[in-house]
Design a protein around this ligand. Structure first.
Ligand code: E4P
Length: 215
């Protein structure tokens, strides 16, 4: 399973990259707005830190606007993946990006039907938002299971990019289902490391070592 970091924060990206676990980055307009920086400059800096797919989202909502914006973003670096919303215009733009050799991440996917459309449009990534489904009392992971089945049935090349991840259980369950990618906030990566028995075990090893007079 590939790990993407879901942030536009340079410090978090540098810290996560130092862990050696990050295969790519996803951003969205809300995450970028928090950084209060020039969008394209920020994306360029991220491409200089991470050698992997970097999703940059368009904010236009019409096909032509999305296409113009996305082509402009794609020129920042070959690793830029244009992120478009799951709308009819978004999918029309997706087909045009694909024809231009530009990779697309279709975002805001909340149903299996939408995921099927994203794959048929030729998206490189489909981003189902599982945390936001959980938030409204629908089981987000059920959607991942449905998409895995559909994409496997027809050997779609579109990768399932599990998004809106809130906790380590989301990651484990998505990995058990065989999802291609999980994109997560930095706080979730930190939680993945945690186990009280690791902490207790390490403390015991070190105290035994100290008491032995360090041999
Ligand atoms: C995915 O690409 C999105 O940026 C993100 O996962 C959304 O997560 P949220 O629901 O926590 O905002």
């Amino acid at each position: 399973m590939k790990f993407f970091l879901d942030t536009a924060n340079i410090n978090e990206i540098k810290e996560a990259v130092a862990l050696g676990l990050i295969d790519g980055i996803t951003t969205n307009p809300s995450l970028v707005a928090r950084e209060k920086r020039d969008f394209k400059g920020l994306m360029k800096e991220i491409t200089e830190i991470v050698d992997g797919p970097i999703s940059a989202e368009v904010v236009a909502t019409d096909e032509e606007g999305m296409f113009t914006e996305g082509m402009d973003l794609s020129k920042i670096h070959e690793n830029i993946v244009v992120k478009v919303p799951m709308t009819p215009d978004g999918l029309k733009a997706t087909r045009r990006f694909v024809n231009e050799g530009v990779r697309v991440n279709v975002t805001l996917v909340f149903s299996a039907a939408q995921a099927l459309l994203a794959a048929k449009a030729g998206a490189s990534y489909c981003s189902p938002f599982i945390g936001r489904l959980d938030d409204i009392a629908q089981v987000g992971m059920d959607l991942i299971q449905q998409i895995v089945t559909i994409y496997t049935n027809y050997a779609f090349q579109t990768e399932i990019l599990v998004a809106s991840i809130r906790n380590p259980v989301h990651i484990i369950e998505a990995a058990q289902l065989g999802a291609d990618v999980a994109t997560m906030p930095f706080s979730v990566i930190q939680k993945l490391f945690k186990h009280p028995l690791t902490d207790a075990g390490l403390a015991k090893f070190l105290s035994d070592w100290e008491q032995s007079g360090k041999l």
